[in-house]
Design a protein around this ligand. Structure first.
Ligand SMILES: [Zn+2]
Length: 281
């Protein structure tokens, strides 16, 4: 009896293997046939050619990036007075070339995408049964391939750029932290509020900009800033009584796009002003 069962077992096993081989040959033949038909339709379809043409014309990308900006403080007052908008502006201005490219790219893609979608939606298949029978496929097969190709080849774009400003109090007695997150629109508003130059006029007018902004710092404006700041250095707190000379300083230097306006001006003593030099803190 055992021998009989063994023989049945072997026969069953061989039959399964043979069936599997036959099935895989059939399916690879089917796939080959499928591919052949698809490439015939692909080469014949006016609709697909039109879609490829539109897709080659436009270039969109998916960008996901978060810029992280961190500042650390030991002094509670400085921590509380921290202005994340100004910090973000400083960061963006000191990286202005790459930031301008990012903003320009996002803006361009946002403008172009609806135009692309309109062209994409306007393509209509005009295939007839004559066309499909010419290459030996059914009209239904032809249209199904076109539809699949069309929906698989819709270009997508997504720009998800964020700026995250975090600031920390690292006082030995206490720890605290705060953060603010900006999307690209909010960040570019801040950027242009501080960096009032036109996007496209950026390269040509830099020297003129510096000249103009320096000239705007008049004696009367200087006095207004000194008075606003209580005739006191905004970094060390020194006054003229301490033997220092007070200056009005651009927080974001004019050379980096800083404007001559009260929110970008502060009183500094000569010692602090010298230490600050031309760099953004
Ligand atoms: Zn000072």
């Amino acid at each position: 009896m055992d021998v009989v069962f063994t023989i049945i077992g072997i026969i069953t096993f061989v039959a399964i293997i043979i069936t599997a081989i036959i099935l895989s040959i059939t399916s690879s033949k089917k796939n080959a046939e499928r591919n052949r038909i698809n490439s015939l339709i692909y080469n014949d379809s006016v609709y697909i050619k039109e879609l490829d043409k539109i897709n080659n014309k436009y270039d969109f990308e998916v960008v996901s990036k978060t810029f992280k900006i961190k500042r650390y403080f030991n002094d509670v007052r400085n921590f509380r007075n921290f202005n994340p908008n100004l910090c973000l502006a400083e960061f963006m201005i000191s990286n202005s070339e790459s930031i301008i490219n990012i903003i320009k790219g996002a803006k361009y893609q946002k403008e172009q995408y609806p135009k692309y979608l309109e062209e994409y939606n306007n393509i209509k298949s005009g295939v007839t049964s004559d066309d499909s029978s010419k290459i030996g496929v059914s009209l239904e097969e032809y249209q199904t391939f076109e539809k699949d190709y069309y929906s698989r080849n819709l270009k997508k774009f997504k720009i998800n750029i964020k700026f995250k400003v975090s600031w920390f109090l690292e006082n030995s007695a206490r720890k605290d932290k705060n953060k603010k997150i900006y999307n690209l629109d909010e960040a570019s508003d801040i950027f242009y509020a501080y960096y009032r130059q036109d996007l496209d006029g950026f390269t040509g007018t830099h020297a003129d900009f510096i000249k103009k902004e320096r000239a705007l710092l008049t004696e009367s404006l200087r006095y207004d800033i000194l008075r606003r700041d209580g005739f006191r250095c905004q970094i060390c707190g020194a006054t003229a009584k301490d033997g220092v000379k007070l200056h009005v300083d651009h927080i974001i230097p004019v050379s980096k796009g800083g404007k001559t306006e009260p929110q970008n001006l502060r009183t500094l003593c000569d010692r602090c002003n010298l230490g600050k030099s031309n760099k953004i803190e």
